[in-house]
Design a protein around this ligand. Structure first.
Ligand SMILES: Cc1ncc(COP(=O)(O)O)c(C=O)c1O
Length: 357
């Protein structure tokens, strides 16, 4: 069975010096573990005083941002994306920026690295949404990660910010029953049962922040994160290698896989061939019957949320690529521990499913 979400591989584990390791990834930065990635984003908003302002952000993004925008009375200025990279179209910035635009949120969607140097000429503070991108080299000072997307750590965010930001101690959180279910979900047998029988229940137990204001990370997730960093570089190299192989094979089947310089491939993305657009969901469903559990992140990006459309007067015709991506996206399974022999197993199932359509 093949899953998108991180799986735990049981192996002998050597203790990692977490502080030392993180200092090598983020030299000279202040690092704060938070309950979730969104909690870290809230701290950034507060520290940059972005309340009651406008920020530029990708239209192709998850709608967890909606309540945060509302809470801080921030007006989003959405930018369409490029379908070959999933990065924002920066040529739209010039005409969308206003005197009240106080920052730009960029997202390294699926781990596809966006070069923030391209934004220099506007001189706006850049917030890097690295929810999908643990392992990239940061160029800016302000970023946040969502640890559980890429590593089997159940939940957790990481705020990266300048050392002189004064951030008091965050309230502690503890390991919950929801976290226990997430832990089980990191093992393929349980993951299979959750996928097979969890259809109705799953949406009710979506991950939420434990507190409404930013809180800290529980000790179990912190320990799992530390464990995941042993051999991280080596396993990431393997992940990249497997991703490139998978992309190559997907392209042969007519999928459009995204460009990948320095990507960390948190989610292996591809657009279904144009001839199969209306069959995307059927493909995903049929693949799951073959033990290939794909996802569709994001089949409903933030601008497809009806309330967002009404509140911010969104005209979908202004975002043709975001709308198309939402209709064609599939994220294929990829784990750090995959071997070359796993790729043909995935590809053969995809070929079989496509031939049945
Ligand atoms: C691009 C992106 N940014 C931020 C978040 C928020 O991360 P978290 O779920 O850890 O709060 C998510 C996930 O929901 C995401 O996909």
């Amino acid at each position: 069975m093949f899953f998108v979400h991180p799986q735990i591989k049981l192996n002998k584990f050597k203790k990692v010096n977490l502080a030392q390791k993180l200092e090598s990834y983020f030299p000279g930065k202040q690092l704060i573990f938070t309950d979730m990635g969104r909690s870290a984003f809230k701290i950034i908003i507060e520290k940059l005083n972005l309340q009651n302002s406008e920020i530029l952000m990708p239209a192709y993004l998850c709608d967890i941002f909606k309540p945060i925008l509302e809470r801080y009375n921030i007006k989003p200025i959405f930018l369409d994306i490029d379908l070959t990279t999933f990065h924002i179209k920066i040529d739209e910035m010039e005409r969308k920026i206003t005197p009240n635009t106080k920052a730009v949120l960029v997202c390294h969607t699926y781990g596809l690295l966006f070069d923030i140097d391209k934004l220099q000429k506007w001189g706006l503070p850049v917030i890097e949404d690295c929810a999908h991108a643990f392992g990239i080299k940061l160029k800016s000072d302000i970023a946040f990660f969502s640890l559980y997307k890429q590593l089997p750590v159940l939940r957790g965010g990481l705020l990266v910010c300048p050392k002189d930001w004064q951030i008091g101690e965050l309230p502690k959180t503890s390991f919950s029953f929801r976290d226990f279910l997430s832990l089980l979900n990191c093992f393929s047998l349980f993951a299979f049962f959750f996928k097979k029988f969890g259809g109705e229940i799953a949406p009710k137990i979506v991950r939420k922040e434990k507190l409404s204001s930013p809180a800290g990370l529980n000790n179990v997730s912190l320990a799992l994160f530390s464990r995941s960093l042993e051999n991280f570089e080596k396993t990431l190299e393997n992940r990249k290698k497997m991703a490139l192989l998978l992309q190559e094979e997907l392209r042969k089947l007519g999928f459009e896989a995204q460009k990948s310089d320095n990507s960390v491939f948190c989610y292996l993305s591809a657009l279904v061939p144009k001839s199969l657009v209306g069959k995307r969901d059927e493909i995903v469903q049929k693949l799951s019957k073959n033990g290939i559990f794909c996802t569709r992140i994001w089949h409903t990006p933030i601008i497809l949320n009806k309330e967002v459309q009404e509140e911010y007067k969104i005209n979908l015709a202004d975002f043709p690529n975001t709308v198309e991506a939402a209709q064609r996206i599939i994220n294929f399974p990829l784990q750090n521990h995959y071997k070359e022999k796993d790729i043909p197993k995935i590809i053969n199932s995809i070929r079989k499913v496509i031939n049945q359509l």
